[in-house]
Design a protein. Structure first.
Length: 129
């Protein structure tokens, strides 16, 4: 919506709107450069957001794999779900002890650090002995 607004303003500036033609031309050119910069910034922001989403999507399987590779956590009595967003990784479900909850959190934190991820960890695992 923002780029459309800027293009509309650029169109208005180009018409002169009471200025002499030389002044209007310089104003239009300057405004056109600003519109181009805003468009470039919006495009860069979109690319960064896309990269963040892809990185978040890659975290979930990495963390699930690492958790399932742990012999203590890979037990039918434990149920651990992993969900990743741009802002955080959430562990949900249940484990049989506080120690296992901590181990799952440690594993997830290690993967986040290794991946240089920006996300924080939210360990919502419940204890069900």
């Amino acid at each position: 919506m923002r780029p459309i607004y800027l293009l509309l303003l650029a169109s208005i500036a180009m018409c002169g709107c009471g200025s002499d033609n030389k002044s209007a031309g310089k104003d239009s050119e300057s405004f056109g450069q600003k519109v181009a910069e805003q468009t470039q910034n919006a495009s860069s922001d979109a690319v960064e957001t896309s990269k963040d989403l892809q990185a978040a999507a890659m975290l979930t399987p990495k963390i699930k794999l690492a958790i399932s590779a742990d012999k203590q956590l890979n037990d039918s009595k434990n149920l651990i779900n992993v969900d990743s967003t741009e802002e955080k990784v959430t562990l949900e479900g249940h484990v049989t002890s506080i120690a296992l909850k901590e181990i799952a959190g440690t594993i997830a934190t290690k993967i986040l650090k290794e991946s240089e991820a920006k996300q924080s960890l939210d360990n919502k695992l419940e204890i069900k002995p």
